[in-house]
Structure formats: C-alpha cells, structure tokens
Design a protein around this ligand. Structure first.
Ligand SMILES: Cc1cc2nc3c(=O)[nH]c(=O)nc-3n(C[C@H](O)[C@H](O)[C@H](O)COP(=O)(O)OP(=O)(O)OC[C@H]3O[C@@H](n4cnc5c(N)ncnc54)[C@H](O)[C@@H]3O)c2cc1C
Length: 457
C-alpha cells in the first residue's frame, strides 16, 4: 500500500513484455460473429435471389443493390446492440461494449448507403441516364424523390449523430430519428416491387431483420421506462465528497437490485420536473454485499448538478444492472491491474469493497490517477478498504502534478517479474484509449484488456 506512486513490489530494471498476443480471431469484439453471419446471409440470399437478373442489371446497379441491403442489415443490428435488454448483453460483452459496436455499425451502415447512391450515379452515367434522377429530388418524373429525400435526411441526421458538440438530449433525439428512418426505409424497400419482393427467402429474411430492428427501437425508445429492469429506491443520503463530486446513497423501497461489482445503472429522478424523464448512467460504487446502492457522481452538467438538491426519502428509479466491466469477466486471471482516472475510479470502489468481503484472494494492483490529493475524493476510502482487505491489494494514488503521466510501462515495471495479469481501465475516452494502446504495445493481448470510458456517444 502507498499513497505515493511507488509499488510495493520490487521493481525490475526492464519493462516486462506480457505474454504473446492471442489469435486474431479471439481479438474480435464480441458480437462480430453475429455481424458476419447477418452480412453473409444477406449477401448469399441476395445472390441466389435472381442471379440471372443480377447479371442483367449490370455490375454497378447490382453492387449498389447489395450495398443498400447490407446497409439495412447493419442498421437493424445496430439497433439491436443498444436495446438495453440484459438477456442480450452476453452476446455483445455488456451494454458498454455493445455501444462501441453500435457506433461502428451505424457508421458502416451510413457509409454503405453513400456507396449505394454513388454506384447508382455511376450506373446512370454508364447507361446514359441523367444523374440528377438519382441525386436531385423532383428533377424529373423518373426521379425517386422520396428515396432521395430519405437518403439526404439520413445522411444529415447520421452526421449529427457523430457530432459531440450537440447537447446530449438533443443528440439522443436526432439519434433516434436515424433509427426510425432506417426502419422506414427498409420497410419501404421490402414492400415495393423489386428483388426483395420477388424472392421469398430474402423477403422473409428482411422481415425478420425489420422486426428485430423495429422491435429493438420500440423497446429502447418507447417501452424501456415501463418494461425495463426497474427498481424503486429512495434517497438515503446525498453527500458532497468535494467541490464537484457527490455520493448518492439509495435504499430499496421493497426489492433490492442484485448486481456484479463494476456494473452500472441508469437512474432517473421523478422529482426533477422536466428532467425527471431523463435516464443517466452511473457506475455502481457500492458493494453488492450491502443493501444500499451508491453512485458517485462528478457534477458536470444540469442533471448531475441537481443531485445535491436530493433529500432523504426522495424517490429514484434505478434501471439495471448493465455492462460487462466486471472482474467476473476475468475470473480465470488471478492477477488484475485496475486503473481509474478521475471519476473513472467509481466502478473500482465497488469492486474493491466486494474484494474485501468475498475471500477470493486475487492479487490486485489499483492505481487511482488524479491531479493531487484534493482531486482524489476517494483516496481515504480506498486506503481504509485496502487496509481491511489485507495485503493482496497494492494501492497507488498516482498524482500527476507530482509524477506526470502514468504509463503502462511504469505499471508493468511495478508488477515485474509477473506478467500474467489482466487490465481494467476506466476514465475519459482519451485516457482509456491511450492506456489500452500502451498495454497492447507492450504485448498484452486485447482479450486481457477491458475498458470503460463513461461515455455513450
Ligand atoms: C457506462 C457509464 C457509466 C458512467 N458512470 C459514471 C460515474 O460513475 N460517475 C460519473 O460522475 N459519471 C458517470 N458517467 C457519466 C455520466 O453519465 C454523465 O456525466 C452524466 O449523465 C452527465 O449528465 P449532465 O446532464 O449532468 O451533463 P451534460 O452536460 O448534459 O452532459 C455531459 C456529458 O455526459 C454525457 N451524458 C449526458 N447525459 C447523458 C445520458 N442521459 N446518458 C448518457 N450519457 C449522458 C454526454 O456525453 C454529455 O456530453 C457514466 C457514463 C456511462 C456511459
């Protein structure tokens, strides 16, 4: 234990190279198999749909048709990834990983849609038809104006969905619009005469995809508040930890939520008037061994700043638990490195408290990265947990004002000669991405790095 950046283990002079990387297939994010399967089925059904006609369509038109079918398939999957259904979490490695997959799938779907229109334009040029029929709505009676307008609408909304400057609630609204437009577009394509209409297996496949996408969208946007895993809690205490951090401790009204340490919940506060319907995600910072549920919150915006207004007894709706950022995922590893930067320490607080009670006796190295002690409101809590937890936990408060940036190499040196550890990282997206890249550069396989970056966009 130390409050200084000094390891309790004897440092080795050379950084240690963790064990060789796993096979490339094992490095694929969870859910990749499902994505690959859906794309292959779509392409195979499309190819067998009307092989002769596909050849007759010409290469540009045929490729353009395939691009749009693949775009629609990816969009439906993208909606499935963020459905917030706990039963689906294992498929994608937790909701947090699913959100990362969602971002990639959404972007890929939009790009494929652009490819679709570009190929149509090339085809028009090829056969000597006016390109404006493909690109400009109402330019001629032959122009498919509705399709063109939906395309531009999707592209505009799609780009805004990747714009991080928008207020979150506005961004969310736009984001939902993209999903709805994709569902409407696919429905339109499935019902009008054409390849989908003509080949029953392909049509059935798209009806299934549509039902999945539309169902996921409806559950997530319209039904989640009513049908989601909701637990009624009441505020027990809302206590400031420092200038901009507050702990909200909640007590179950009847039934407590069971959870794994490291997971997160969405909370909504009905008493917050207009903001009462907002759902905000927070990692659980308490241990499942206790009845009370705690979230530890950095007050960064209008919702989080209001949390200090909470009074004992105020109702809070808790939805969850969600996420795959849990040491359980690394059950096979007996040595874990935990790195929490700033408010990214929160999931580790619950894990640490649980570790104290669960007699698992894993070896853990915990790094709490903060500018200085004043910016580390959980330092003393960790010290206390750590003392009670016995000597298998090694704690370092890494003060950047004193020691500069924490690096993976430094951590590897602290732990050497051991090299069979897994790493859990939590903090801002930039911090997490940088540290994960450093560990990978040291040779740590992706499968041994698990991250949480506290953001959904
Ligand atoms: C899985 C996960 C776990 C998190 N755990 C914690 C934690 O333990 N402690 C903590 O302090 N913060 C945590 N956060 C971040 C926290 O959710 C946001 O800081 C909070 O929602 C900001 O709300 P606001 O209205 O006060 O701020 P705003 O100024 O409105 O938003 C600040 C930023 O927070 C994000 N955000 C805002 N509203 C939401 C929302 N409804 N859902 C998702 N993201 C939103 C957006 O990226 C936004 O740019 C976590 C986020 C995620 C995704």
């Amino acid at each position: 234990m130390t409050s200084q950046p000094v390891s309790a283990l004897t440092p080795s002079p050379q950084p240690v190279r963790p064990k060789a990387a796993s096979s490339p297939l094992r490095r694929l994010p969870k859910g990749s198999w499902l994505v690959a399967l859906v794309l292959v089925v779509t392409a195979a059904l499309w190819a067998s749909a009307r092989w002769d006609e596909i050849l007759a369509l010409g290469v540009w038109r045929a490729a353009s048709q395939l691009a749009t079918l693949l775009a629609a398939s990816l969009a439906m999957l993208a909606m499935l990834t963020v459905v917030r259904a706990r039963a689906l979490e294992p498929l994608f490695g937790g909701l947090d990983s699913a959100v990362r997959l969602h971002r990639r799938l959404g972007l890929a779907a939009l790009l494929l849609l652009v490819v679709h229109v570009l190929l149509l334009a090339v085809d028009a040029l090829d056969v000597g038809a006016p390109v404006t029929d493909v690109l400009v709505p109402f330019s001629s009676p032959a122009a498919r104006s509705l399709d063109i307008l939906v395309f531009y609408g999707l592209i505009a909304l799609g780009f805004l969905a990747y714009d991080k400057r928008l207020r979150y609630e506005r961004w969310l609204l736009l984001h939902r619009g993209v999903g709805l437009l994709f569902v409407a577009g696919t429905l339109h394509a499935a019902t009008e005469p054409g390849t989908l209409d003509a080949f029953e297996p392909l049509r059935t496949w798209f009806v299934i995809l549509l039902l999945v996408g539309a169902g996921a969208w409806a559950y997530r946007v319209l039904l989640f508040r009513r049908l989601g895993p909701r637990y009624a809690y009441r505020v027990h205490e809302a206590a400031k930890r420092n200038r901009d951090t507050v702990d909200v401790v909640m007590r179950p009204v009847v039934r407590r939520m069971m959870y794994e340490p490291g997971t997160f919940v969405f909370i909504s506060v009905p008493g917050f008037g207009g903001q009462g319907r907002e759902l905000h995600p927070f990692s659980i910072s308490s241990t499942p061994a206790h009845r009370d549920l705690r979230v530890s919150v950095r007050q960064v915006g209008d919702f989080t700043r209001r949390l200090t207004e909470l009074q004992p007894g105020d109702p809070i709706d808790v939805y969850g638990p969600f996420g795959g950022f849990t040491p359980q995922r690394f059950a096979g590893f007996r040595r874990l490195v935990w790195v929490g930067a700033g408010i990214g320490i929160t999931p580790f607080l619950g894990m640490l408290a649980f570790e104290r009670d669960n007699e698992d006796f894993r070896r853990i190295w915990l790094y709490y990265v903060a500018r200085d002690v004043a910016a580390a409101p959980y330092h003393h809590e960790i010290l206390n947990s750590f003392l009670e937890a016995d000597s298998y936990i090694d704690y370092t408060l890494w003060r950047t004002s004193l020691s500069g940036r924490l690096t993976a190499e430094r951590i590897a040196r602290d732990i050497a000669p051991l090299d069979d550890y897994a790493v859990m990282l939590c903090g801002t997206p930039a911090f997490v991405a940088d540290m994960a890249a450093q560990f990978r550069a040291l040779g740590l396989p992706r499968s041994r790095i698990i991250t949480e970056d506290l953001t959904f966009r």
